[in-house]
Ligand binder design. Structure first.
Ligand code: DAH
Length: 347
């Protein structure tokens, strides 16, 4: 039974084996498992064992070899992970890799420039909800109940219950003029605000139209505000935005919430007004709608139209960006293609 005792003694030993590095580990492998190792020697002895003992001793020997192999493998894992941790130790003296910074979105750059220009003449920023109600988007802005802008073709209506299409007055705002009504019902004149934000219209997406885009609305309400004040503010804005040579012209137009209403053109900033393909040879490009706030709107918002008057204007941020940076395809603004976005880095 000497063999059995030897096997058991070794089994006790291998469970206690330790190794601090690869060399010690290799020494263990040689000591037990190599051709001249202790376990191999026991296998050699096994050949002389009496047949009736072979079964029991054979099993024990196999168990010893397997346990030893497993122990050495687990020691190897521990040694290797300790070594790789040591290798990847932080080197605080190393020059850091440059961090890839994102770039500003062109629409944000332009919106901020508009905000900046108007803030220099006293405008502050006001915000309103994108999910609005009919009253603030249309009703209080003097849209007649049957006005086509409310039509399903233009406005996204929001179902109050998912999947239930009932007539609803909840909608995604189709213009930032809705923020005018929010501001006028919550603040007292004088009011001088700029309302930037996203708006939604039920349009098929193409290079020239999108189902969402961005506007900046301006509103100034005080005593004795005149159309001349509106013209002066817009001329100042145009020169700041497009350069001191820029001229403006106001063409009569119609909006339900302003009276009189106008659309404003600037002298084409590509050809300087002499006529080119961009301005279709006219020398002018349209950039915004504006007018004197209709007294009906003032009254609907609780402002005395005999005491106060005001002007409003609204412009598309995409339109201004197109004029400044020649981005003709609106879809580029929402596709997140970094090759497009990176171009504005140094703007
Ligand atoms: N809300 C108009 C639109 O989306 C733009 C606009 C026109 C705003 C005239 C105004 C304004 O404040 O006075 O087309």
């Amino acid at each position: 039974m000497a063999l059995k005792d030897n096997i058991q003694a070794l089994l006790g030993q291998v469970n206690e084996l330790k190794a601090n590095n690869a060399e010690e580990l290799e020494a263990l492998r040689i000591k037990y498992l190599s051709k001249k190792g202790e376990i191999t020697a026991l296998f050699n002895e096994f050949r002389n064992v009496a047949p009736e003992e072979k079964r029991e001793l054979g099993q024990l020997l196999n168990q010893l070899r397997q346990t030893t192999e497993e122990r050495i493998a687990s020691l190897r894992e521990a040694v290797e992970s300790r070594e790789s941790r040591a290798e990847s130790k932080l080197d605080l003296t190393r020059t850091p890799d440059p961090i890839a910074l994102g770039t500003r979105h062109p629409l944000s750059l332009v919106r901020e420039e508009i905000e900046d220009i108007f803030s220099r003449i006293g405008f502050t920023i006001a915000q309103g909800p994108e999910v609005e109600d009919d009253k603030h988007v249309y009703g209080m802005l003097n849209f007649a109940p049957e006005h086509p802008a409310r039509d399903m073709q233009d406005t996204f209506f929001v179902e109050k219950e998912i999947g239930v299409q009932k007539p609803t007055d909840v909608l995604l705002r189709s213009h930032t003029s809705s923020v005018q009504t929010r501001v006028m019902t919550s603040q007292k004149p004088p009011i001088r605000v700029l309302c930037p934000g996203r708006v939604y219209r039920n349009e098929a997406i193409s290079a020239r139209a999108h189902c969402f885009f961005h506007q900046v609305e301006g509103l100034y309400i005080d005593k004795n505000v005149s159309f001349a004040d509106l013209r002066e503010a817009l001329l100042y804005f145009s020169k700041e935005m497009f350069g001191p040579e820029t001229k403006i012209r106001l063409r009569p137009s119609y909006f339900p919430f302003t009276e009189p209403s106008a659309e404003m053109d600037i002298s084409c900033n590509i050809c300087g007004g002499t006529g080119c393909s961009f301005c279709k040879g006219t020398g002018w490009v349209e950039i915004l709608g504006c007018g004197m706030v209709d007294p009906n709107v003032l009254e609907a918002c609780g402002i005395d139209s005999k005491e106060y008057s005001g002007y409003a204007f609204g412009m598309g941020v995409e339109r201004i960006t197109n004029l400044k940076y020649r981005v003709k395809d609106l879809r580029l603004f929402s596709e997140n293609d970094v090759r497009f976005l990176r171009q504005f880095e140094s703007c």
